[in-house]
Design a binder for this molecule. Structure first.
Ligand code: GAR
Length: 214
């Protein structure tokens, strides 16, 4: 059985989407894999409540209680490693992870970013997409590297940008497809259909097609 550990900071709707897919598709027997724990740097994150309700280990590692990034990451690493995770899924986790955390776990950490990378790395992606006047926008799932939002791209979900859009309407349209693409990518990585090789996400054509979502 492979263990998945999900890191969140808030709402946790992507965590819920992965949980729902894992149940609907019976990952415990089909992959086999299970969500072993949900960890949040914010103790009041709604996603932690959801995890508890669903009988999943829910743990807060409150970054405000640590004097610096390094000591926070050390504790986070200790808690994560307790679960021997085969896959670490950043799902709305809003802390930057440094090389010290990432390097030993490279190829096993995924992130979802609300933009079509390499465009709009960082924050306020929907505002910046509207400002730039792009006609498509979306979200990207990638392997995490030490470069912020710079790891190898695995899958992308694309939505139209409408003249009437606000950052909120655009975010909502994108989020719906995040809930489609993120479980698909997690399953593909767990099934070794996607691997990180020499800094690139390697997969066959069929997998790549399934991880381009419109
Ligand atoms: C998602 O839209 C995700 O792409 C974004 O935060 C949201 C979390 O929603 N992630 C980032 O901005 C990472 N830098 P959720 O908590 O409902 O899954």
């Amino acid at each position: 059985m492979k263990n998945i550990v999900i890191l969140i900071s808030g709402r946790g709707s992507n965590f819920e989407a992965i949980l729902e897919a894992s149940r609907a598709e019976q990952w415990e027997s089909a992959v086999p894999a299970r969500i072993a724990a949900v960890i949040s740097n914010r103790p009041l994150a709604k996603g932690l409540e959801t995890a508890r309700r669903e009988g999943i280990d829910a743990i807060a590692v409150d970054h405000t209680l640590y004097p610096d990034r390094e000591s926070f990451e050390e504790e986070l690493g200790r808690v994560v490693d307790r679960y021997n995770p085969d896959l670490i899924v950043l799902a709305g986790f809003m802390r930057i992870l440094t090389e010290k955390f990432v390097k030993p776990r490279e190829g096993r950490i995924l992130n979802i970013h609300p933009a079509l990378l390499p465009l709009f790395k960082g924050l306020n992606t929907h505002e910046r997409a509207l400002e730039a006047g792009v006609r498509v926008h979306g979200s990207t799932v990638h392997f995490v590297s030490a470069a912020l939002d710079g790891g190898a791209i695995i899958g992308q979900a694309v939505v139209p940008v409408l003249p009437s859009d606000t950052p909120d309407t655009l975010a909502a349209r994108g989020l719906k497809l995040e809930h489609v693409i993120y479980p698909k990518v997690c399953r593909a990585v767990l099934e070794d259909r996607v691997k990180l090789v020499d800094g690139k996400a390697v997969m066959d054509d069929e997998t790549a097609r399934s991880l381009a979502v419109f």
